[in-house]
Write a new protein. Structure first.
Ligand SMILES: [Zn+2]
Length: 205
């Protein structure tokens, strides 16, 4: 979960908030990104994505990759997995060596289990400092934030508000922050349809 405004800006070129920073697109594309999994909602999210023929990015807490969670399907669907740390601490409150340990553990676990190289990192709570960026970069990780926070975590009672949060601010290359939550699953088909109606395709970094 993160605390933030709906729109996130950064002038720091080391932080990715828009997909176009990393690659040019020939057609209008946006990125759906889901934090905090793999959760028990993941199969439902993957079903919706498959039905809509959409790819997404999943930033996982590596401690959650136990066999009972059906995370394998995410790899088959062509989705991209990134690190959301091992235990989801606030990196700003950690010593440098602790930040390094969180990230190395997370990448090691994710790579060992998924057999895929991990290239992207999203800081828990969207919180980071210079040390975080340096450690991530030393480990070959690109730090990925977002330009639109759906605020899904705060909208259990008002899920349709997440759709308007996104649709009000969507632009070419937008990276949309979502979570593996029940209310998110509920409105995901609507959200995807509305995004498609605006002429956007879905991509990953
Ligand atoms: Zn999180």
């Amino acid at each position: 979960m993160a605390t933030a405004e709906v729109v996130y800006n950064s002038n720091d070129h080391r932080i990715i908030t828009n997909a176009y920073q990393l690659k040019p697109f020939t057609r209008r594309s946006v990125v759906l990104s889901f934090d905090d999994g793999p959760s028990k909602r993941l199969p439902q999210i993957l079903d919706v994505l498959a039905k809509e023929n959409a790819v997404a990015m999943f930033f996982w807490q590596s401690r959650l990759l136990h066999p009972q969670r059906e995370w394998q399907q995410a790899l088959k669907g062509g989705h991209v997995i990134g690190s959301h740390s091992h235990k989801h601490p606030n990196f700003v409150s950690l010593e440098p060596w602790q930040q390094e340990k969180e990230l190395t553990t997370s990448v090691r676990v994710l790579e060992t289990i998924t057999k895929q190289p991990i290239r992207y990192f999203r800081p828990p709570f969207g919180q980071f400092n210079e040390t975080t960026l340096n450690v991530a970069s030393r480990l070959g990780l690109v730090t990925v934030m977002w330009d639109i926070a759906s605020f899904d975590w705060a909208l259990k009672q008002k899920p349709e508000q997440m759709v308007s949060n996104v649709m009000t601010h969507i632009q070419d290359g937008s990276i949309i922050l979502l979570h593996e939550l029940e209310q998110t699953v509920q409105v995901l088909p609507t959200l995807i349809r509305r995004i498609k109606e605006q002429g956007y395709h879905f991509t990953t970094l």
